[in-house]
Design a protein around this ligand. Structure first.
Ligand code: PNS
Length: 160
């Protein structure tokens, strides 16, 4: 069975992330979307809330499972016998850091990283920008699923 992991913060999940998960699920037998538990980073949603959102959004994709992890991603991969990390690449600006992480992860455990080119309609999209736009009452519809948009506005105390 071919297995892969899509790791990230997903605070919140965007339509760009979902596009990558669904495409990864067409390539691998099982894809784990793994939410990083990072207690030092301020987040809008708790890890449990992010997992719940991901489960809901991906409920129809049978070979995607949602999980969380802390510590090194390569340790999670080893423990779960996952051989491939899948990342979406939006632009050249992503490349330097992603290449560095891919090479470090390979150095640490031999795990491979495969990059999927992000759908161009989501090339500029990030969770941080979604939160910033929503903070000031901007329109985030079409950038995140509708119920995620509602949750973002509600958490920010902003009707949108
Ligand atoms: O969505 P993000 O916050 O950009 O995702 C970053 C993530 C989770 C992919 C990266 O920070 C990560 O893999 N963290 C786990 C800790 C780790 O393995 N660090 C070494 C990376 S070479």
């Amino acid at each position: 069975m071919t297995t892969a992991v899509c790791p990230g913060s997903f605070d919140p999940v965007t339509n760009g992330h979902i596009d990558v998960f669904v495409r990864a699920a067409e390539v691998f037998d099982e894809v784990t979307v793994a939410v990083l538990i990072n207690k030092t980073k301020k987040s809008l949603f708790t890890v449990e809330e992010r997992i719940e959102m991901l489960r809901h959004q991906l409920r129809d994709v049978e070979n995607v499972v949602i999980d969380s992890f802390h510590g090194l991603l390569v340790d999670y991969c080893r423990e779960h016998e996952i051989g491939v990390i899948v990342k979406g690449l939006r632009a050249v600006s992503d490349f330097d850091y992603e290449l560095q992480m891919a090479q470090m992860n390979h150095r640490l455990s031999g795990v491979e990283t495969l990059f999927l080119s992000t759908n161009p309609i989501y090339g500029y999209l990030s969770s941080s920008l979604v939160k910033e736009v929503a903070t000031y009452g901007g329109d985030i519809s079409g950038l995140v699923p509708d119920d995620v948009a509602g949750a973002v506005y509600e958490r920010l105390g902003n009707k949108g």
